[in-house]
Design a binder for this molecule. Structure first.
Ligand SMILES: Cc1cc2nc3c(=O)[nH]c(=O)nc-3n(C[C@H](O)[C@H](O)[C@H](O)COP(=O)(O)OP(=O)(O)OC[C@H]3O[C@@H](n4cnc5c(N)ncnc54)[C@H](O)[C@@H]3O)c2cc1C
Length: 596
């Protein structure tokens, strides 16, 4: 497998030129996130990702997580890498300094999340799940729960898990059957959870499970679900892991990808019932889960970008090495490296432009998350919440993960037959990427979230404000004909999005099934425009830096061309997506069950 080198230059460009790091570092509590510090963080993280996590990616896939005599063993090197990860303080980066966190912005966490997942997604899932547990406790835990668990989770001494899914409760989390019987100051939890990422492992001496369950007499459906913290080892009076709780990993799944990570079937309460502690109030568990959902969905979106980046690096390196056929216009020449063939160049450019567009949008969304939490005025916070993070999250989650799969597939194609066999590692990226459109809310559910909660709920006003802003911003971009042509294409695509939104709002007011049938192509259209918006701005910034000899001229020139390639090959899809979303909804609903 090709080595991984973090694309620090593009990360830095996106942070400073597109996502507004300078503005984020003026927010209260984020003053330390200066460009110099962030640069140093990126450099150090790149070393860990490239030198420690990446070298055990392919071996982890081959060896896989194993379940032996009731014990889960992660692949060789994973536990040691985890130790280095937490010893370096990487687990603590975006969390509350009161409990040992470093209090850095989510915008700074975004490139690091990308690096860990590019280097080794199976490994990176463990801290990703811990992050969810930390956020839940930070936001909804009692003082004593925070005191007991937060410092250890933030330091990475213990890890966290999310236990939502059960055999009959996947997308429909409201169908959860696990029971929680009150008993004094705690509850007894009984039930089975499936697909629990890092539900059991050999990294740490305790695992803190966040478990959804129903209390006796709770209302049916989503409004009757409560959230519990259920430690693997119960804590003694000194806060140390002591008695083993009544929970265990029953087995681990055999999967298509992310084979280094254990995906566990968990049994709670084989005997007297696992002891769990209620978080917040009864029946509000799903509501609490939603408070961390934006963040988790953003992170999974970044996983998609991470795999796409890795697949691109791998394909690019291969294209320089693999010699095959003469160049089409040099019949007298010798065999050339495949990078010389226009179709291979097309594949690489398509991978590159979509990775960069998706990265820009995801980091921009992370900045919106910081602004929604910390902008000085309440009205500004509200604006960044509704028009920023709420609107962008389903786009980032669904688009970036769909792109992750598509780009990893193109990566296999660049390799030819070598991509289909396992040796090069290209196939692993494709297999690993495939889970990302499924978990943390399938991409179909992201599209429904966008259409229902983010567009129709506001009669389309959020989308219209977005379109107006993009049209204004790209119209104001200055530069060469290359840059202004890109900006014009984005403006035209945005008008298509406006029309699609009008159609959606009108249709949604009378035919929800039709609106739902249009949701996935509508999301793709929206995200394609949003990616174009960022690429057009990137092109203008890069061109002006080129003119003032600021930064690497090759990088800046490539950015302008990458944006133009996006405008010429990706944005034209918008008119097709418009037809898919509108007429396609009718065609979708025309089938009877028998005909499908
Ligand atoms: C490797 C892996 C790791 C995971 N990690 C965790 C974890 O740590 N914790 C955890 O709790 N869960 C975890 N999951 C579970 C994951 O979140 C679920 O698989 C996911 O939510 C989908 O649920 P499901 O598999 O039951 O699919 P279903 O809900 O059965 O969905 C099947 C299909 O139907 C569609 N569908 C369902 N309902 C609707 C609807 N209303 N409208 C339109 N389409 C719909 C879906 O989009 C999908 O295409 C993991 C899963 C895997 C495979």
């Amino acid at each position: 497998m090709q080595d991984y080198r973090a694309p620090i230059e593009d990360m830095r460009f996106v942070l400073t030129e597109l996502a507004g790091l300078d503005r984020i570092s003026t927010l209260a509590g984020y003053e330390d996130a200066t460009p110099d510090l962030v640069d140093a963080i990126l450099e150090e993280a790149a070393k860990l990702a490239g030198n420690v996590l990446s070298p055990i990616n392919q071996s982890g896939d081959l060896q896989k997580a194993r379940f032996e005599n009731g014990v889960v063993r992660t692949p060789d090197g994973f536990a040691g890498a985890y130790r280095q990860f937490v010893d370096g303080g990487w687990n603590a980066l975006p969390f509350d300094p009161e409990y040992g966190g470093q209090g850095l912005p989510w915008l700074v966490a975004a490139p690091l999340t990308e690096m860990w997942n590019s280097a080794n997604m199976a490994f990176a899932l463990c801290p990703l799940l811990t992050q969810g547990a930390v956020e839940l406790l930070q936001t909804h835990g009692s003082k004593s729960q925070k005191d007991q668990y937060l410092a250890k989770l933030i330091a990475g001494e213990w890890t966290g898990t999310m236990n939502l899914t059960e055999p009959q409760a996947g997308t429909d989390v409201g169908a959860v059957k696990t029971r929680a019987q009150p008993e004094g100051d705690h509850y007894r939890i009984t039930g089975q959870k499936i697909y629990i990422t890092y539900g059991e492992h050999d990294f740490t001496d305790n695992i803190i499970h966040m478990v959804l369950a129903r209390t006796p007499g709770a209302p049916a459906g989503p409004k009757g679900i409560s959230l519990f913290v259920v430690p693997k080892f119960l804590l003694d009076e000194n806060g140390k892991p002591a008695k083993h709780n009544d929970l265990r990993c029953v087995s681990i799944e055999h999967k298509l990808g992310i084979n280094g990570s254990p995906t566990c079937v968990m049994a709670y309460g084989d005997h007297e019932g696992a002891i769990g502690y209620l978080i917040g109030e009864e029946n509000r568990g799903l509501e609490y889960m939603f408070t961390m959902m934006n963040n988790a969905r953003l992170t999974v979106g970044i996983q998609g970008i991470a795999i796409a980046e890795r697949a691109y690096q791998q394909a690019r390196a291969f294209a320089f090495e693999r010699v095959q056929s003469k160049e089409i216009d040099k019949p007298g020449g010798g065999a050339a490296a495949i990078i010389k063939h226009p179709d291979v160049r097309r594949m690489l450019a398509s991978m590159k432009c979509q990775v960069e567009a998706a990265r820009a949008l995801a980091y921009r969304a992370s900045a919106e998350l910081d602004l929604a939490k910390r902008a000085p005025e309440e009205s500004a916070r509200q604006g960044h919440q509704v028009d920023g993070i709420d609107l962008l999250t389903p786009l980032v989650k669904a688009w970036s993960t769909d792109l992750g799969v598509e780009i990893a597939s193109t990566g296999v194609q660049v390799h030819g037959g070598m991509g289909f066999i396992e040796e090069t590692g290209a196939a692993q990226h494709y297999r690993d990427a495939r889970i990302t459109p499924i978990y943390e809310g399938t991409n179909g559910i992201q599209a429904l979230d966008l259409v229902g909660r983010k567009i129709l709920r506001y009669q389309g006003e959020t989308a219209r404000r977005f379109c107006a802003r993009v049209i204004d911003e790209v119209a104001a971009l200055k530069g060469s004909e290359n840059v202004t042509a890109t900006a014009r294409s984005v403006g035209e695509a945005t008008k298509i999005l406006e029309q699609a939104t009008d159609w959606l709002v009108e249709t949604g007011s009378r035919d929800l099934r039709k609106a739902a049938a249009s949701a996935t192509p509508y999301l793709r259209l929206f995200a394609t425009v949003a990616g174009g918006w960022q690429m057009a701005i990137a092109a203008a910034r890069a061109e002006s830096k080129l003119a003032s000899s600021d930064g690497d001229p090759v990088f800046m020139a490539a950015k302008v061309k990458t944006a133009a390639f996006y405008a010429d090959t990706v944005l034209p899809q918008c008119s097709g997506l418009m037809v898919s979303a509108t007429k396609g909804a009718d065609s979708t609903l025309a089938f009877t069950d028998e005909e499908l």
